[in-house]
Design a protein around this ligand. Structure first.
Ligand code: ADP
Length: 246
């Protein structure tokens, strides 16, 4: 039974590459406000599933509904316009441009495409400044992004996704490559940033996933092998076996 506050609903989502099935008939419903994590061993199909939700990869079969509308055939840019936003990757930051300007460009980006020629909008300046305060990066606003620590770059990435004011935020490995010492600050920021949002998270740090998630879906070889709240997942035998390569 579909609840009224379902934001994202995926049914029978499948992706094959040649004769290989990377994602095999995955169902998933994410209600408004939930932080839902996708975990699973390497090669489980997490990235492939994520790419289909973001719209960068076309499913072989199955459907994706967002706010009750079928978006399966809607392209990535249009999905972003409708509020499905993927966090920027560090590779998408302008390294030679200041932190503030990166945020401002992200705020005014039309579906995550930077357009430096777009008319300057005071509202975007405002949002960039507000986000800069929230980010609490160890740098001045006029510091160029290239000079930030890796942890601060990850914060900036997430901040850039947030200034576009998404309804559904897709976060792919937000802690990857972040030094141990920088993790607590990143975590604190992440926890604050996502409180009012619906988030789909891929993250290999299981402890972090258990701490942040409302619910977790576990994939193994393209299939959902478990779903539940963190306590269910920790106690699940199939999950333990999957992680031990069983
Ligand atoms: P995960 O993110 O869980 O590690 P992926 O979604 O990256 O898993 O990959 C799932 C499986 O699909 C892997 O076996 C991978 O080799 C395969 N795969 C992913 N993308 C492609 C592709 N473009 N062509 C062929 N096989 C792919």
């Amino acid at each position: 039974v579909e609840s009224e506050n379902t934001l994202l609903r995926i049914e029978g989502l499948t992706k094959t590459f040649g004769s290989f099935t990377a994602v095999d008939g995955v169902d998933l419903s994410v209600p408004d406000g939930e932080l839902h994590s996708i975990i699973g061993p390497n090669g489980a199909g997490k990235t492939t599933l994520f790419n289909m939700i973001a719209g960068s990869l076309r499913p072989t079969a199955g459907t994706i509904h967002f706010r009750g509308t079928d978006i399966t055939a809607v392209d990535q840019d249009e999905r972003a316009r409708r509020g499905v936003s993927r966090a920027f990757q560090i590779t998408q930051l302008f390294p030679g441009v200041t932190v503030h300007e990166n945020l401002r460009l992200a705020a005014q980006a039309d579906n995550q495409r930077f357009n430096p020629l777009a008319t300057r909008n005071p509202d975007h300046d405002e949002r960039a400044r507000g986000m800069l305060d929230d980010l609490d990066v160890d740098a001045r606003p006029d510091e160029v992004a290239a000079n930030l620590s890796h942890g601060d770059k990850k914060k900036l990435e997430i901040g850039m996704a947030l200034v576009s004011e998404p309804t559904l935020l897709l976060l792919d490995e937000p802690t990857s490559g972040v030094a141990e010492a920088e993790l607590p600050a990143l975590l604190e920021f992440l926890t604050d940033a996502v409180t009012d949002l619906t988030v789909l998270l891929i993250e290999h740090d299981v402890d972090l996933v258990l701490e942040l998630s409302d619910r977790i879906t576990v994939l193994d070889r393209g299939e959902v092998i478990a779903r539940g709240d963190p306590e269910d997942i920790v106690a699940n035998e199939r999950v333990q076996n999957a992680y031990m390569g069983g």
